[in-house]
Design a protein around this ligand. Structure first.
Ligand code: FAD
Length: 465
């Protein structure tokens, strides 16, 4: 017998670890609810995970097997399951965060002590950490160079799903309900989980929107992005399968359309770039990647933080983004950049506050990407936004949501106001605001003033005279 330990790879096809285990036959698929990981999770993420596990279990059951589930410390549960199923070997796909690597080292030690063989393979990204480096052999800190090598490197083909004859005939108990894991049902509308739903999203995107991606991806009201982030986070679709679909799309494209497909592939490469950054710098989860001469003097302002979280800052485009997060456990990329800039450079609050909120609410929260995104916006990351670049929420709104369609979708108090009134909101007089949208909020800060303060906060940290 072989155990395949599912973690962030909740699928059967294009799963390298599972295919590796299946080569030897007698695979018992297992999943461990790890309280150490659940302690950092949010309800939306757990909902998606449970639904994905349910779909995966159905897949195994249709083939006369089952997904065996346990709860506890994997360093105890995995050797216990190996003994229970008399497994000679345990296989899993590697995870790159510091927390996961510490856990996996403990599992490896426990299996060694128990005399059970183990094998971990790279699966979650095309090119593992350390495989794309500068000519001197160092990890890249600038994305563009990383991307050129990533793009030109050959990609593996998808791995086949295991045949029913390579799966062990096992049965398992039901999955726990969300409250048994310590979470309430999320209020957000979480997208459908499982490989079938992920494939549907991928094929719909690759039929059409991928050819306009470069032009449309920054406009939140155009349904122009793939919405695959939660699938890639939980591994309900394999990276090789996703990439292959984009290559097939590229075959039918030239000119702008071909560039658009490549633009999408370059977003997939950002995900891998940040995985490498996290692997080589596990401390970035809590520390700035980039060190300044002095500490950055972030402000302490609970009221401003609460207004930002609730989407009540009085900056319509920022509030729309924050409310999309609350309603969908998702936020459009341009909005993520904007609300993160607003938190750090208008409210002058520490990026870690924003990261913690995203980690709690995003269904697609991924340590590497979320941290990469926050540190980019806060000008503390690798290849980050320069500290003096401060997004102007008014011009961002005018540019990327000119008719205020996205804003009106998420901020009902503004539905009767005109697009001009919405974009000019911070500049309107109190009387004009009262007549345009009496229930909406006053701006909590003055952007121009805060921009100056942000720049001098960073100049102080840099030790500039
Ligand atoms: P698409 O535009 O269709 O992109 C395809 C895929 O490429 C995404 O699913 C994602 O896996 C990857 N990708 C796209 N943009 C990026 C990027 N900038 N960095 C890394 N990978 C990227 N992405 C997450 O997956 N999880 C997070 O927790 C996360 N937090 C973020 C926080 C901030 C502050 C910022 C600025 C960005 C964050 N991102 C995160 C990146 C990006 O916003 C999302 O991946 C994207 O919005 C997801 O929508 P999509 O799947 O439709 O993306």
């Amino acid at each position: 017998m072989q155990l395949h330990w599912h973690r962030r790879d909740l699928r059967a096809s294009d799963n390298r670890g599972l295919a590796t285990a299946a080569d030897a036959g007698g695979v018992v698929p297992v999943f461990v609810f790890d309280d150490g990981v659940l302690a950092h999770a949010g309800a939306a993420r757990v909902r998606f995970m449970l639904d994905a596990l349910a779909r995966l279990r159905e897949w195994y059951r249709e083939r006369g097997s089952d997904l065996v589930v346990a709860r506890g410390d994997p360093a105890e549960e995995i050797p216990r399951l190996a003994a229970e199923y008399d497994a000679e070997r345990v296989v899993w796909n590697q995870d790159y965060s510091g927390l996961a690597r510490t856990r996996d080292a403990a599992v490896r030690r426990a299996l060694d002590d128990a005399g059970v063989a183990r094998e971990s393979v790279h699966d979650a990204i095309h090119h593992e950490p350390g495989s794309i480096t500068t000519n001197a052999g160092d990890p890249y800190s600038v994305y563009t160079y990383f991307w050129k090598k990533w793009r030109d490197r050959e990609k593996a083909d998808p791995y086949p799903a295991p045949g029913a004859d390579s799966l062990a005939d096992v049965t398992s108990e039901d999955l726990p309900a969300i409250d048994e894991l310590g979470f309430k049902e999320p209020t957000a509308d979480v997208s459908e989980a499982g490989t079938e739903a992920a494939r549907e999203r991928l094929s719909t995107f690759c039929e059409d929107a991928i050819y306009r991606y470069a032009e449309d991806r920054d406009y939140p009201e155009r349904d122009a992005t793939s919405r695959l982030s939660t699938d890639l986070k939980w591994g309900t679709i394999g990276v090789r399968e996703a990439y292959e679909a984009t290559e097939e799309a590229a075959e039918n494209a030239d000119g702008d359309e071909a560039e658009s497909v490549e633009e999408f592939q370059s977003q997939l490469a950002w995900r891998e770039f940040y995985a490498h950054v996290l692997y080589f710098n596990p401390e970035v989860v809590t520390e700035n990647y980039k060190s300044y001469e002095h500490g950055i003097e972030w402000r302490d302002d609970d009221d401003a933080l609460a207004a930002w979280k609730a989407g009540e800052t009085g900056y319509p485009i920022v509030d729309a983004g924050m409310r999309q997060l609350r309603e969908e456990a998702y936020m459009h990329n341009r909005m993520r950049m904007l609300v993160a800039s607003f938190l750090t450079k208008d409210l002058l609050l520490d990026w870690r506050e924003g990261y913690a909120h995203f980690r709690e609410h995003l269904a697609d929260h991924d340590t590497a990407n979320d941290n990469g995104g926050w540190q980019w916006a806060a000008s503390t990351g690798t290849d980050a936004q320069p500290y003096f670049r401060v997004f102007n929420p008014t011009t961002q709104g005018e540019r990327y949501d000119p008719d205020a369609t996205y804003i009106k979708e998420y901020v009902p108090e503004l539905r009767d106001a005109s697009a001009d009134e919405i974009h000019d909101w911070p500049e309107l007089s109190p009387t004009e605001r009262e007549s345009a949208a009496p229930d909406y909020y006053e701006p909590i800060v003055d952007h121009a003033e805060r921009r100056e303060m942000a720049i001098s906060m960073f100049e102080d940290a840099r030790g500039d005279d």
